[in-house]
Design a protein around this ligand. Structure first.
Ligand SMILES: Cc1ncc(COP(=O)(O)O)c(C=O)c1O
Length: 454
């Protein structure tokens, strides 16, 4: 047992600040083969990173293509992490275990403890910092549930940058508190599809009540970025550099679990674009890729947007307006209109290419749930652990509970670990709808994904 870690295995493991990891972990160094490259949609040839420099900060583009195993966290970012604060606690969910009457042990990492309430600041801070260093003045982005937008609004405020957020209309209407939070931190927030861009205006002309999607909001943010020289775009998930920044979660969790001599049998997380799952899981996956671990990895998604459980593993655009490179990923198609489920952060048609590769090769399995069953799991968590989790996170809480109940049947003492990646304190309207029996479950009857590249 580490001399510094808080020692009681039955409560919380608090890693001291001077033990916070100093480097992010890059899984691209350890994958058995190179990932299929992003393609230029016009030529269908691998795309060079240069065009990305107009969109993203230079350091972020370098990280996107880097295969260096460990990348140093800059001092200013490290300092901002410490103030979030990090390291975040790892909690043993003893009351949940008792309620389920399971021999399994359940642990969760508390990524909701920072001011904006999710894992998203881990990359927002890094992206804002790199833009500030480069002299860019304004950041533009999309947001689904508003967690990513709030994180970037906060990070922009910390580094003295302007911030504009295209917020998916379904969430803009469902979560006014998130909008207010971003505005209070100085960001300008518009509902997407919006009248601010040509693409948004086009959608509204043919469908004035369009509820939006992350794919549409990404297209609007990119169009805005390209129209303003002082502006760079920031993405909250999917790309390699975002997943890289999130690995601070799993690197801490690994230290915390090893300090109490615990090795997880099962690691689960929800997937919107894949960043919180990857951030938590990849440092553990490093051992599995080297044949040193038997841990099972499970990614959880909504039945309403079943990218990895019913989608196709193929090249697709990252956005609806077809402005991004083609990425090889599991997708339900970039024109798919996700139903207005409350887990706004999971309403994305594709998933991170590295995660999709790991799913395709069998290193990660995936499951899908409908929103009433995940809110039931969230209610159990609230009434045992006293924690209101985000609707997105509720997906992996559902898996953790089901796995613990399977252990109850078999008598197995599995160690289950999940990333509690957000709180739901600005999602109470969704809890209210659930408790009043007003939540609808959605499932597409048919999924069609056009083949865009060989
Ligand atoms: C709390 C929370 N969890 C999960 C997600 C999904 O994103 P990702 O898969 O990148 O973690 C979001 C996205 O907004 C979120 O806010």
């Amino acid at each position: 047992m580490s001399k510094n870690a808080s020692v009681d295995k039955d409560h919380a493991v608090l890693l001291p600040q001077d033990e916070m990891p100093t480097h992010w972990y890059n899984i691209l160094a350890d994958l058995p083969e190179q990932l299929a490259p992003p393609l230029d949609p016009r030529t269908l040839k691998p795309m060079s990173p240069e065009p990305l420099l107009r969109l993203f900060a230079k350091d972020v583009v370098m990280q996107e293509v880097s295969t260096e195993r460990f990348i140093k966290i800059p001092d200013e970012v490290y300092d901002a992490y410490l103030r979030l604060p990090r390291p975040t606690p790892l909690i043993r969910a003893g009351r949940l275990e008792k309620f389920l009457n399971t021999p399994a042990e359940i642990y969760y990492k508390c990524e909701y403890v920072n001011p904006t309430g999710s894992h998203k600041p881990n990359t927002a801070i890094a992206q804002a910092y790199y833009n500030m260093v480069q002299g860019n003045k304004r950041l533009v982005t999309e947001t689904g549930a508003g967690q990513w937008g709030s994180a970037l609004a906060m990070a922009a405020a910390l580094f003295g940058l302007k911030c504009d957020v295209y917020m998916v209309r379904a969430s803009y209407d469902q979560k006014p508190g998130r909008r207010t939070m971003m505005q209070a931190m100085g960001a300008n927030v518009v509902a997407s599809p919006s009248k601010s861009t040509q693409f948004g205006r086009g959608i509204l002309e043919s469908d004035p009540n369009n509820t939006g999607s992350l794919g549409i909001a990404i297209s609007e943010a990119i169009e805005d970025c390209l129209a303003h020289e002082d502006t760079r775009y920031c993405l909250g998930s999917v790309l390699n550099h975002v997943l890289l920044h999130q690995t601070i979660i799993g690197l801490e969790a690994k230290k915390q679990l090893s300090s109490i001599d615990v090795v997880p049998d099962v690691i689960c997380g929800c997937i919107g674009g894949g960043s919180n799952f990857a951030g938590f899981a990849y440092p553990f996956m490093a051992d599995k890729l080297k044949g040193k671990s038997a841990t099972k990895f499970v990614a959880c998604e909504p039945k309403a947007v079943p990218s990895t459980t019913r989608g196709v593993y193929t090249y697709d655009f990252g956005d609806t307006a077809e402005m991004t490179p083609l990425l090889k990923m599991y997708t339900v198609g970039h024109k798919y209109q996700p139903p207005p489920i409350h887990a706004g952060g999971l309403r994305y048609h594709g998933k991170a290419p590295s995660l999709c590769y790991l799913i395709n090769k069998g290193y990660v399995s995936s499951v899908a749930y409908s929103q009433n069953e995940v809110f039931e799991a969230a209610r159990i968590l609230a009434q045992t652990e006293g924690m209101i989790t985000a609707p997105e996170t509720a997906h992996n809480v559902k898996y953790a509970i089901d796995e613990a109940l399977r252990c109850k049947k078999t008598g197995e003492k599995k160690i289950i670990a999940f990333n509690n990646c957000g709180h739901g304190l600005l999602d109470l309207q969704a809890y209210d709808a659930f408790m009043n029996g007003l939540l609808e479950d959605y499932e597409p009857s048919n999924i069609e994904v056009p083949k865009l590249a060989p």
